[in-house]
Design a protein around this ligand. Structure first.
Ligand code: TXA
Ligand code: MG
Length: 316
């Protein structure tokens, strides 16, 4: 295992349990890992990647049994998992009712992507932490995915507590992402497992854009609160809930504050959970106070603008 000692794994596991970020090797690319059950740790991942939007993340687990605790498997999902896990295949499935993974990792969707990586260091780390880890490729947004520990240190060194060095990644491209949450399986991203190998088990898959699908480009229509969302509010009108940010000048009867201290990581961590809590049938709308368009604020505002955009077909 290229000289990584068990004490290093224990250190990395302790850092993760404390909410910090750890880069670790998988067979595909290096992942930027965080405790998937912690809203704040997941928010830190988005902040470190510097993405202007919340793209949903993959929850990594050590085996199929651990994945079954997070998402609802179908027969075909189980067949794929048995054939290709551990390995470079990611399955998108409905979140289980008691799924402990942060809503932020699902970027507000009702689905979650799960995968069992085929790398001894990744598996030891997952077993040592004892909880699922989100891990996008460990590169800043818009840059190439890293396949050596040195790539990670160069690009994200200042942002991670530990970089576990497992040498160069064997596969070198990201996992294949298959969405099994709808009626037909959809290939969302080609990757380390070939389409042919998957179709040999599943039959033909739809490509994103064919049929009734949920590709990441269409996420905006997938989750929005039922209530209308009013942006740039300074105070709530009667019957509106207030989603506050910073010192709330005029709290409403129903107010949740994303971050009284104006901390954008805290605000991102709370965003999806608070939107759901304010989405109450006894209210008329959700008024949202302004959030600065800097750092994670850009991703938060992107999400809020989508939630406030006119809905296809009027109300839903
Ligand atoms: O090989 C890999 O998959 C690497 C290693 C580290 O495991 N991880 C990786 O993660 O590539 P990331 O975040 O860079 O890519 C995840 C992909 C994105 O295209 C994202 O849109 C898609 O998976 N995805 C994740 N959750 C999804 C969901 N609930 N619905 C649809 N697409 C999802
Ligand atoms: Mg990536």
């Amino acid at each position: 295992m290229t000289g990584v000692k068990s004490t290093e794994i224990d250190e990395a596991a302790a850092a993760l349990a404390a909410g910090r970020l750890v880069a670790f090797p998988t067979e595909t690319v290096y992942g930027l890992g965080a405790d998937a059950t912690s809203d704040e740790a997941v928010a830190r991942v988005y902040e470190a990647k510097g993405r202007p939007v919340f793209n949903p993340l993959i929850a990594h687990v050590p085996d199929l049994a651990a994945a079954e605790r997070l998402v609802v498997f179908t027969d075909s999902a189980r067949r794929l998992a048995r054939a290709f896990w551990p390995g470079p295949l990611t399955l998108v499935l409905p979140r289980a009712a008691d799924c402990p993974v942060s809503l932020l990792a699902s970027a507000g969707l009702d689905t979650l992507a799960v995968r069992v990586p085929d790398h001894p260091l990744a598996l030891s780390l997952l077993r040592a932490v004892g909880r699922p880890l989100v891990a996008p490729s460990a590169n800043p947004s818009g840059q190439l995915s890293p396949t050596t520990a040195q790539h990670v240190r160069e690009a994200l060194g200042g942002k991670v507590s530990v970089v576990l060095d497992g040498g160069p990644c064997r596969v070198g491209i990201e996992s294949t992402v298959v969405d099994l949450s709808g009626e037909r399986p959809v290939l969302l991203r080609p990757g380390g497992v070939s389409t042919e190998a998957i179709e040999a088990i599943l039959g033909p898959m739809a490509a994103p854009g064919e049929g009734p699908i949920r590709s990441p480009g269409q996420l905006e229509s997938h989750y929005a609160p039922h209530l209308p969302v009013r942006l740039g509010a300074t105070r709530a009108r009667p019957n509106e809930a207030l989603l506050a940010f910073g010192p709330a000048v005029a709290p409403a009867a129903v107010t949740l504050n994303l971050s009284p201290a104006c901390d954008l990581i805290e605000a991102a961590a709370n965003l999806f959970a608070y939107l759901r809590r304010l989405d109450r049938p006894d209210l008329a709308a959700i008024a949202v106070m302004p959030i600065p368009e800097t750092g994670l604020g850009r991703a938060i505002n992107d999400r809020l603008r989508r939630a406030a955009a006119p809905r296809p077909g009027g109300d839903r």
